[in-house]
Design a protein around this ligand. Sequence first.
Ligand code: ATP
Length: 234
Amino acid sequence: MLEAKDLVLEYGGVRALNGMSFTASTEQVTAVVGSNGAGKTTLMNAICGLVKLASGEIRLDGAKLNGLAPDDIVRKGISLVPEGRELFPKLSVLENLLLGATVRPDPTRRRKTLERIFELFPVLANRQKQQAGRMSGGEQQMLAFGRALMAQPKMLLLDEPSIGLAPMVEEQLISAISDYSRESGIGVLIVEQNAMLALEYAQHAYVVEQGRVALSGPAAEIRDDPAVIASYLG
Ligand code: ATP
């Protein structure tokens, strides 16, 4: 279980997180949806230790994460697919994948994880030597997922994975990741501006507004509530 309690974070005078609290199970898909500037990317970066909280606490399975260095947070089981993917475009597909595994030295587990990723996204297996920057947008997103999974996370964080992708590709990718999460027992926390897409695959959801949770509940209920859509997601 990933738990965030009363998170506060400011950039200069701007309060990006303003008492954000939520929990996300390591066994299901949780969505965080909300409009531009609601604090979604800041939340992801705070969980990963990339920005510093003013106050609040983040725990994974009871162990405190905030205050740890980003690589230690990865070792504890949090892996981020950042907005815009941030691959190494000149490096090959395989090199990008292996960079995701630097915190997991055991070669046997590393090989098994790589095989599993190649089953999930066969295009990565077929293009291992290709430069990452020469892949299509959808293939690059698969590579970004694969690189994050190489760290063998308990919880995978996806920041706006649908950006720049055709609707059919978005659906295929989110569906593949949600199947993988179910089969391998890892949690997914997905932040999306395309709220309907995230709510379709999530079991639980939080709607955020101005740095805090405005409401939460089963994703299907939020998706089917016209008043919620009109007020927060329209
Ligand atoms: P988007 O979907 O547009 O990425 P978001 O929900 O992810 O939005 P954040 O990017 O977390 O929201 O931004 C939350 C608030 O913090 C916004 O008001 C934003 O302008 C501000 N903000 C974000 N990053 C910085 C920064 N580096 N310096 C100053 N203000 C920032």
